[in-house]
Write a protein that binds this ligand. Structure first.
Ligand code: APR
Ligand code: ZN
Length: 244
């Protein structure tokens, strides 16, 4: 077995995972890039070429629906062939083995569920379901993709994702707050922690906090352990230590 330079940190995190009676995992877009899904703020992320306020905000939906529609249609179509990577399967396996109790994600791509994770807290909603922005009636994803308005009130259709300026789904956010207040370990994976209020969760954790991320974040100093690298590789390396 090739000893990774971070081996001592893998062993430390593996011990914490075994010791913790309540572990919560929080993921961001960095958890999906190895499945081919762009993140937002890395060098080839979505927000490098697009100002999020022009496509991912309520004003964008109201003032420039064609641009809003094109952006989300492209993301929905881009996800059709996308599969979870090994890191997603490690997390669903850890949940099955009782090593993690709660999985909360900022991702809207459904890859954790696709890999078998259960009861996933989708803090920023899901791109796979669609509703009318005016009357809130659920609608077909195919209607959205074809630009068909709401069949009840002719209002604009939109994915069930949280747009900038919108509140997070209250029940999911409250469940995440309850989970973090119990967590003896919060493991954060693949997020720049730049978006409120999810980026408050590490500071709200009373137990240990660890982060796996490709690059340092502004909040790294908050963490008891920060390991930099690709989420899929790191999760498999930690899983190897757990299986020894
Ligand atoms: N492994 C580990 N970390 C990675 C990987 C990878 N394979 N790929 C990228 N990363 C890291 C990047 O270095 C970056 O720090 O993941 C982080 C992704 O940060 P963002 O692109 O800002 O994504 P995220 O933190 O999830 O954004 C939060 O912003 O635009 C909104 O609603 C959107 O949910 C999103 C929110
Ligand atoms: Zn409607």
């Amino acid at each position: 077995m090739i000893l990774h330079s971070e081996q001592p940190n893998f062993e430390r995190l593996a011990d914490w995972l075994k010791e913790s009676r309540y572990t919560m995992v929080l993921t961001g877009a960095g958890m999906s890039t190895e499945s081919g899904v762009p993140d937002f703020r890395s060098k080839n992320g979505w927000w490098q070429n697009i100002d999020p306020r022009t496509v991912a905000a309520v004003a964008a939906l109201q003032e420039n629906y064609p641009l809003f529609h094109e952006f989300y249609s492209r993301r929905i179509k881009g996800l059709e062939q996308v599969k979870p990577h090994q890191g997603h399967y490690v997390l669903s396996d850890w949940q099955r083995r009782g090593l993690i109790q709660t999985l909360a994600t900022q991702n809207v791509d459904g890859l954790h569920q696709h890999a078998g994770s259960l009861d996933v807290f989708e803090l920023h909603g899901s791109i796979h379901s669609v509703r009318c922005h005016d009357c809130e009636a659920p609608a077909e994803k195919t209607d959205f993709l074809q630009g068909i308005p709401c069949r009840y009130c002719s209002g604009p259709l939109r994915p069930d994702v949280v747009l900038f300026g919108e509140m997070l789904p209250e029940d999911v956010w409250n469940a995440a707050l309850a989970a973090v207040s119990r967590a003896e370990l919060l493991l954060v994976i693949g997020t720049s922690l730049q978006v409120y209020p999810v980026n408050q969760l590490p500071a709200l954790t009373l137990g240990r906090v660890a982060i796996l991320n490709a690059e340092p974040t502004e909040m790294d100093s908050l963490f008891d352990l920060a390991i930099h690298g690709q989420a899929g590789n790191l999760l498999q390396a930690i899983d190897q230590v757990l299986s020894m």
